[in-house]
Design a protein around this ligand. Structure first.
Ligand code: AMP
Ligand code: ZN
Length: 477
């Protein structure tokens, strides 16, 4: 089976066929760098990272472009508040964005274009639209004439009358039609500005993405991604500008990531209910945060709460324990047709389920389900396996390591130095205490055994005795 992607443009699941089988092109709307990124921004950035990793795993070449919006009202306002230049603020936050993304195991895009470095391209694109009669100049500002693009509204599925009603709210005397939007803003005193054929000014937000996507990826790109808030008007306007200028399809598959929520509301800067990614990374290892952020399919909303992160922490512990045990069999060979261990079927099934899930619109929730079913199978099978089983365990290790690496939840080398060591050390210490407790239990020294259990409980570590072993987990802090 080939891959399928839910295309927001046609509101259905479609077969994925890149325009050029040699290289998939992706453009993802990146951050506006007026502040550090929050967990909601991280969800969208991580989904793009997973899309790229999975396409690479499937054998495609991928070119990913993700922009940095380094000039807009919010940046200008914040820089003024802080008493630093717009350039300095954008630079600092751009660097912080790369640092945070790297800590989350997000591989850098192939190109991270900045708006202020593409003014020329934006001016050229605006000029084409003016020449075609699709844009007009009023007092040094340039507006897009929405009624010139017959397909306006096709992405957000809005009719002209709905659009009119929506646009009337914001009154701007300069516009011929309330739906029109600005591509070039005439300079205001004290704000950064650039020379243009229409006088000094700065670009609008939508023109930025049209110009940079086409410059780095060509007139038609395969996948355009962003958070669901960008679908209208940002992406609708990107389509209008690009397609009217070139006459060809701008993006073939539109993907929109649903919101990360907190207490039922969208996590956002303006809502002031955000958790910064860097703060979360100070408390949890990379893999735990990645696991949490991909625990729901990207088109479903996901709720940020302590309980879910604690669950991800427990899941990662189970996964790592399993991988640590399996690792010792890595390299064992000798599987032959006589080997008949049920676990072998479980490994094959996991691989098939993983691929099926990821092939179907990158369903990471189901992919994780497949991985964790195999972890349970391995744990169950462990006590009953004979030496014939060693190559099967090696196979299980390979399959788990490979799929977890696609999702970036195993062996995240870059971040291991920062947080992984401490976590590993902590886990080893808990393991040691549980061993001492087991020895106490063996000699019926209940006093010591209970003391260890109670003291761990005070540290929010709850232990549970089963037939064969003792497991542990963090309780809510
Ligand atoms: P911004 O810096 O606000 O332009 O956002 C950068 C990216 O994060 C965009 O693709 C947004 O759509 C996305 N984004 C913002 N808030 C959320 C959220 N709560 N959940 C998911 N994605 C978000
Ligand atoms: Zn954009």
């Amino acid at each position: 089976m080939g891959m399928k992607i839910y295309n927001s443009l046609n509101r259905r699941l479609e077969d994925f066929e890149p325009l050029n089988p040699e290289q998939v092109t992706i453009y993802s709307c990146g951050p506006t760098v007026y502040d550090y990124i929050h967990m909601g921004n991280a969800r969208t950035a991580l989904v793009t990272d997973i899309i790229r990793r999975y396409l690479l795993y499937k054998g495609y070449n991928v070119k990913l472009v993700q922009n940095l919006t380094d000039i807009d009202d919010k940046i200008i306002r914040r820089a003024a508040e802080l008493g630093i230049s717009v350039k300095q603020l954008a630079h600092q936050n751009g660097e912080a964005y790369f640092e945070d993304s790297q800590r989350l195991g997000i591989q850098p895009a192939d190109v991270h274009p900045k708006a202020t470095e593409h003014i020329r391209e934006m001016i050229d694109l605006i000029q084409i639209l003016i020449d075609k009669g699709a844009a007009y100049v009023v007092d040094g500002s340039v507006y897009y004439r929405v009624d010139q693009f017959a397909e306006y509204g096709k992405l957000s599925n809005r009719k002209p009358e709905d659009l009119l009603a929506g646009a009337r709210v914001e009154i701007n005397e300069e516009k011929e039609d309330p739906r029109d939007f600005d591509m070039w803003k005439a300079a205001k005193p004290g704000e950064p500005s650039w020379d243009s054929p229409w006088g000094k000014g700065r670009p609008g937000w939508h023109i930025e993405c049209s110009a940079m996507a086409m410059k780095h990826l060509g007139e038609t790109i395969d996948i355009h991604a962003g958070g669901e808030d960008l679908l209208f008007p940002h992406h609708e306007n990107e389509i209008a500008q690009s397609e009217l200028a070139t006459g060809v399809t701008f993006a073939r598959y539109w993907m929109h990531v649903a919101f990360l929520k907190i207490d039922g509301k969208r996590m956002g800067k303006s809502e002031k209910n955000f958790i910064l990614l860097r703060d979360a990374l100070d408390h949890y290892p990379t893999e735990v945060i990645r696991h949490f952020l991909i625990s729901a399919h990207y088109r479903h909303p996901l709720d940020y709460n302590q309980e879910s992160l604690t669950k991800s922490e427990g899941a990662l512990r189970r996964l790592n324990n399993c991988l640590d045990t399996l690792k010792q069999y890595d390299g064992e060979v000798g599987l032959n047709e006589k080997t008949d261990v049920p676990l072998q079927h479980a490994v094959q099934e996991m691989k098939a389920r993983f691929t099926q899930a990821m092939d179907t619109d990158f369903n990471t929730a189901q992919a994780l389900g497949a991985i964790f079913s195999l972890v349970s199978e391995v744990n169950k099978a462990f006590n009953t396996l004979d030496e014939m089983a060693a190559p099967v365990l090696a196979e299980a290790y390979q399959a788990l390591a490979e799929t977890c690496q696609v999702l970036g939840i195993y062996n995240n080398v870059e971040t291991q130095e920062e947080t992984g060591d401490n976590v590993e050390q902590r886990d080893e210490l808990v393991k040691l205490l549980l061993e001492i407790r087991q020895e106490a239990r063996n000699r019926k020294d209940w006093e010591t055994s209970d003391k260890i259990r109670d003291r761990l409980k005070e540290l929010n570590i709850q232990i549970q005795d089963t037939h064969h072993s003792t497991t542990w987990k963090f309780t809510t802090k």
